[in-house]
Design a protein around this ligand. Structure first.
Ligand code: NAD
Length: 240
């Protein structure tokens, strides 16, 4: 059987990097998308024969088209899409500008719409596919001072559920993963004290590691009967 082909967006660091590594270690061919961190992406490629890298701003349709064209020209099919790229923003609601709205919504939500749209044509043709969208617990419960971020992630979850219904008959599974507090650069502004306070609120008393999310991705790509779910991986922090 031919090897499965996976695109992971925002894969040069953090959660995306852990997912790319986990899939590569399990014999998938990974196209690791990056935007700015060329050095980290090249380092990832150098460590694995089955990781290929491609620069694209996934908030831009023309870049996404190039990423998908590159993958299909070289590997002929796409089995797995992990829409991981995202940015965070903390601001009081009344201070949010239109530019903030456009930046977060385009990067977090339009990117998922656009990348999925470009990839799914091939998946429908093959009657096979697994799409995993990186959401957040804040999409489920809302976060104070992170309203656009929460809106973008709730939008992703609605897209997940709608597409699971629409694409199920084409044998395409669509799920969201909603991480809690994960130890990546996205949270580098938090002080040691902040993190200790957060840990005390988490039933499992620890923050998550990128590998905790990658393990769920591995499970979802191997599973054959789960679709339309939002799977929270947060140590029990925001049980809803
Ligand atoms: P991170 O900042 O380390 O990684 C985000 C990645 O996305 C980076 O590699 C960045 O370059 C990439 N990216 C951003 N904009 C892009 C664009 N336009 N095109 C291509 N790539 C782009 O953060 P992370 O924690 O690894 O976040 C990964 C995903 O997990 C995000 O969607 C984030 O919202 C989600 N998430 C993270 C946490 C957490 O606590 N770290 C919690 C919940 C959800």
């Amino acid at each position: 059987m031919s090897k499965k082909i996976a695109i992971v967006t925002g894969a040069s660091r953090g959660i995306g990097r852990a997912i790319a590594k986990m899939l590569a270690e399990n014999n998938y061919i990974v196209i690791a998308n990056y935007f700015r961190s060329e050095e980290e992406a090249t380092d990832l490629q150098n460590k694995f024969d089955n990781i290929d890298i491609f620069k694209a701003d996934v908030s831009k349709r023309e870049d996404v088209k190039k990423l998908v064209e590159y993958t299909l020209n070289k590997y002929k099919k796409i089995d797995i899409l992990v829409n991981n790229a995202g940015i965070d923003q903390e601001k009081l609601f009344q201070e949010i500008t239109d530019e903030d709205w456009n930046s977060v919504i385009n990067t977090n939500l339009f990117s998922v719409f656009c990348t999925t749209q470009e990839v799914v044509k091939n998946m429908i043709h093959n009657k096979n596919g697994c799409i995993i969208n990186m959401s957040s617990i804040w999409g489920l419960v809302g976060a104070s001072c992170e309203s656009i971020y929460s809106i973008s992630k709730a939008g992703i979850d609605a897209m997940t559920k709608s597409l699971a219904k629409e694409l199920g008959p084409s044998n395409i599974r669509v799920n969201s993963i909603a991480p809690g507090f994960i130890d990546t650069d996205m949270n580098k502004e938090y002080s040691k004290d902040d993190i200790n306070n957060i840990k005390q609120d988490i039933p499992l008393q620890k923050i998550g590691q990128p590998e905790d999310i990658a393990k769920c991705v591995k499970w979802l790509v191997e599973d054959e009967y789960t679709t339309g779910q939002v799977i929270a991986i947060d140590g029990g922090w925001q049980i809803h």
